[in-house]
Design a binder for this molecule. Structure first.
Ligand SMILES: Cc1ncc(COP(=O)(O)O)c(C=O)c1O
Length: 382
């Protein structure tokens, strides 16, 4: 039956395609109901259960559940000893939280330019930015593509990994991203590969980091201390049992969700190939050298000279959501004012950031919807 004779198909053909949509179902509902009935909504058994399952999935000795990816990054920086007056070398092409957490500890984020292919922190640029005040390196696995950890490890400095976008990614040597023993923060906001609504997880190789982080996320209380006894400064960065129960259910379906995301990415690659070849649209880099992306977003770079805002507006008129992703952190007004950054400092990042557009991307995006997005982009780019 044609779409004209089938109201459901006609509606599907014109319905706005959202940017992201989580996969949630009966397993998550059952998990929440069970926690509600148990009466133990926080500090209960789902927290260590989720941590153990996550640590085992990544292949590390420990994991600590936290209230967000940002909270995880903050605790990780504290755990590796970043404090007042230190410098942390990091990427300007990231979500703002990876730089903000450095400022939380009164240290300075020192940006270095990115690799134009992977869009991750360029190891040579990072090396050139290291000074005797550098207390840590904070590479970001942007858009789920593994950062070049071996290159950063050569400096012998503490490393904190921003793996908030990179669940499911694998390094060239077969190690899961987050599995190299450095504190690595994952994020579970609703658009992520695995969601708990809000939330995060730190993967950890060190017993000492596990102990400090578990205490600091819980107001500075050690496991053997009484309810209102605190022996260090802490925060409330706990993740609830409700969230951990959802996380456990999501973990069960993670392989399917990651495979579905990879399928959608492959469909996009095929559907957008003509625009890449004929119009210079840049697609996410292919996996190379054994590195494997954990698909999080599908971000394209518009050809030079194309008006991005106008493109996003025109796509919306055709029923396709999209957004600029990501803006360069150093050019945000707060960072310009606070650290005196100016355009031109990180040319690769600035060029990529000015042209990047995230397209709708989630496991249940259908072939038909991918085709609609490609058709809309093709019309808009002319
Ligand atoms: C690269 C990156 N870092 C950090 C974060 C912060 O994670 P959360 O929103 O869970 O605090 C995000 C989340 O979007 C992110 O994409």
């Amino acid at each position: 039956m044609s779409a004209a004779g089938n109201p459901a198909a006609a509606a599907a053909a014109t319905e706005e395609i959202p940017l992201a949509r989580p996969v949630l179902g009966e397993a998550e509902e059952a998990a929440i109901t069970e926690v509600l009935r148990s009466g133990q909504l926080s500090l209960g058994p789902r927290v260590p259960a989720f941590e153990a399952a996550f640590a085992s999935r990544i292949g590390v000795p420990h994991a600590s559940a936290v209230s967000s990816g940002t909270a995880g990054l903050h605790l990780a920086l504290r755990a590796v000893g970043v404090s007042d007056g230190d410098e942390v070398v990091t990427s300007p092409f990231s979500f703002v939280a990876s730089a903000n957490v450095v400022l939380y500890e009164r240290a300075t984020p020192v940006f270095a330019d990115i690799d134009p292919r992977t869009l991750n922190l360029d190891p040579d640029a990072a090396a050139a930015a290291i000074t005797d005040r550098t207390a840590a390196l904070l590479p970001v696995h942007i858009f789920g593509y593994p950062a070049d950890l071996p290159a950063f490890e050569r400096h012998g400095l503490p490393i904190v990994e921003d793996a908030c976008e990179a669940l499911g990614a694998v390094h060239a040597d077969g190690t899961a991203v987050g599995g190299r023993g450095h504190p690595a923060a994952f994020g579970f906001y609703a658009n992520k590969q695995l969601t708990t609504g809000e939330g995060g997880m730190l993967t950890l190789g060190s017993d000492a980091h596990k102990e400090t982080i578990d205490s600091e996320r819980n107001q500075g209380r050690a496991p053997d201390m009484g309810w209102l006894d605190h022996d260090r400064l802490g925060f409330n960065y706990r993740l609830s049992d409700l969230a951990c129960a959802i996380g456990l259910a999501q973990l069960d379906r993670l392989d399917d969700m990651l495979a579905a995301r990879a399928r959608v990415a492959a469909s996009y690659r095929q559907a957008l190939a003509p625009l890449a070849a004929e119009r210079g649209l840049a697609l996410p880099c292919e996996d190379t050298g054994g590195n494997r992306r954990g698909w999080f977003v599908f971000v394209v770079q518009l050809p030079h000279g194309v008006d991005r805002d106008e493109t996003i507006r025109a796509l919306r008129e055709l029923g396709v959501q999209s957004k600029p992703y990501l803006p360069a952190i150093h050019l945000m007004s707060f960072y310009r004012e606070r650290l005196g950054h100016r355009p031109g400092e990180f040319p690769v990042c600035e060029d990529v950031a000015a042209r990047s557009v995230a397209l709708p991307f989630f496991p249940e995006l259908s072939e038909g919807q991918v085709a609609r997005v490609a058709e809309a982009l093709s019309r808009v780019l002319g």
